[in-house]
Design a protein around this ligand. Structure first.
Ligand code: HPA
Length: 246
């Protein structure tokens, strides 16, 4: 079984109570990743951790160096990557605090550096992306969740928006017509770059708000902050279960 990597999203700049055995600023051919790459140890098992938005949550979704993050993890020997993502809920059963393991995505982002094969490496490469999240790694998450009696939603389509602003109600209605169940800002180009580097990649999404227009009034930042904290325990337990068993 290859080395596991975890990309922490909003609310997960660290994994508290897990021993850090190594931390290092690495450089890649694509620049520096968002933060120091951490090697963590839990119950004798080691895994890597990288906070996508930086150690102090200072890098917005559109400004993340996704290529450096994926390259740094690949260089470290990571072969299986679980990404965390706070999302808004669109589908009726995707309300706040729901944990989801999506199986599809639609990319609405623009202007991000989304490939390692940008023409400068002399290679034209078209990776298959039919299933953007690796089925076996999704299953690992889902079965760990079942063991912990967590109510994980298996499947769903994640619409990836540009941010950093949240969406309009009309944009969310369009995403809904397109078939999106969830909306977030970071799964792309992360998932595609992981595929280009041959890494298994699955996303653990946790819903922190109803998407715009799906509940009365505006989307409240206080609600998002509080739900991020409330998801923390379940997300941490699930990750540690995968890190020690998977
Ligand atoms: N939209 C986009 N990204 C998000 C949201 C949202 O409503 N909530 C958390 N991340």
């Amino acid at each position: 079984m290859g080395l596991l990597g975890i990309i922490g999203g909003s609310g997960f700049s660290t994994l508290p109570e897990v021993e850090v055995i190594h931390r290092e600023w690495v450089q890649t051919a694509y620049g520096a990743p968002s933060a120091e790459l951490l090697t963590l140890s839990h119950q004798g098992r080691q895994f890597c951790f990288l906070p996508r938005h930086g150690a102090g949550h200072s890098i917005p979704p559109h400004a993340i160096n996704y290529r450096a993050n994926i390259q740094a993890l690949a260089d470290r020997g990571v072969t299986r990557l679980i990404a965390l993502g706070a999302v808004g809920g669109i589908a009726p059963d995707c309300g706040p605090l729901r944990l989801c393991v999506p199986d599809q995505l639609i990319d609405y982002t623009w202007g991000r550096l989304g490939t390692f094969h940008d023409g400068t490496d002399g290679d034209v490469v078209h990776v298959d992306f039919t299933a953007p999240f690796t089925p076996a790694l999704r299953e690992t998450l889902l079965s760990a969740g079942a063991h912990l009696a967590l109510d994980l939603r298996a499947g769903g389509t994640y619409g990836v928006t540009q941010g950093p602003r949240l969406e309009t109600a009309a944009e969310i209605r369009r995403l809904e017509r397109d078939g999106c169940d969830l909306v977030g800002m970071t799964a792309m180009p992360e998932a595609a770059l992981a595929r280009e580097r041959g890494l298994d990649y699955a996303l653990l999404a946790f819903v922190v708000n109803w998407a715009a227009g799906k509940a009365a009034g505006e989307v409240g930042m206080a609600e998002i902050e509080s739900n991020l904290a409330r998801c923390g325990d379940a997300v941490r337990r699930l990750l540690l279960a995968v890190a020690t068993d998977g």
